[in-house]
Design a protein around this ligand. Structure first.
Ligand code: SF4
Ligand code: F3S
Ligand code: FES
Length: 243
């Protein structure tokens, strides 16, 4: 077992850059963010990295580690025993500096989603199956790793007509709430572009919160779009049964 890890960290900005190699002493239980902080403290004080909680809760430290989108604070270095650990910024979003990208496009998408719109009805008892269905969506930490890995956004973001998996989760959270009465189905189909998702499930595979993005959010929303636009009888019965 080596007494140090070898990191190769992207250094650069929108004008270009390259990976630079650093050696970091091994500490038992070290995660990638610890090693990046070591580099920042001892070798490259100007290394830009975004982080906040160091507990996999804030969603700030997203990066690509050996090509896979991950949270740096949740990824142990001993997973890469004997390998050089390549750390790069998320590639789907414009780079600001080093490991920091501009994810503001996501916030612009978020503004377009109609807020929760509850019925003003008499006391309402939420059934357990409704709670179970939407509970996992509340665990999203907005790390945008799913947005980073989705090929629809990665390849076509500038002209994308797809909101991306994170916002399909958000739409599902509202759509499946039995008290919500806003109609988001036309938006999901048209501006939201759910038809561009071809169910590759890469988003689900990188989600650090283990949200079943494709199976529990995207596919049920696709079914609702299909019912509305292509199967009026099923749509009628779905409405009768509530959301
Ligand atoms: Fe991150 Fe998962 Fe939320 Fe996507 S759905 S932003 S991967 S926590
Ligand atoms: Fe993209 Fe996930 Fe669909 S990776 S294509 S949103 S299943
Ligand atoms: Fe908060 Fe990694 S620092 S999720």
């Amino acid at each position: 077992m080596a007494d140090e890890f070898i990191l190769s960290i992207f250094r650069g900005d929108a004008d270009g850059g390259q990976e630079v190699e650093y050696r970091v002493p091994r500490v038992e239980g070290m995660v990638v963010l610890d090693a990046v902080h070591h580099v920042q403290a001892h070798e490259a004080q100007d290394l830009a990295v975004r982080w906040n909680c160091k507990a996999a809760h804030c969603g700030s430290c997203s990066a690509e580690i050996n090509g896979v989108p991950k949270l740096m604070c949740k990824t142990r270095l001993d997973e890469y025993e004997g390998q050089t650990v390549h750390i790069q910024p998320m590639k789907t979003f414009p780079i600001i500096k080093d490991l920091v990208t501009d994810v503001s496009w996501n916030y612009e998408v978020a503004k377009k989603i109609p807020a929760f719109h509850p019925t003003v009805a008499a006391p309402f008892r939420m059934q357990q199956w409704d709670v179970d269905r939407i509970q996992e969506f509340h665990h999203c930490i907005e790390c945008f790793l799913c947005q980073d890995v989705c090929h629809v956004l990665r390849d076509h973001q500038e002209k994308s007509q797809y909101y991306g998996p994170r916002f399909m989760v958000k739409m599902a959270e509202f759509e499946m709430h039995p008290m919500d009465r806003a109609d988001r189905i036309p938006q999901i189909k048209n501006e939201g572009g759910i038809g561009l998702c071809n169910v590759t499930k890469c988003c689900t595979s990188v989600c650090p919160q283990h949200i079943h993005i494709t199976d529990n959010a995207i596919i049920p929303l696709k079914e609702r779009v299909a019912d509305r636009y292509y199967d009026p009888i099923r749509n009628f019965f779905r409405k009768l049964g509530g959301k």
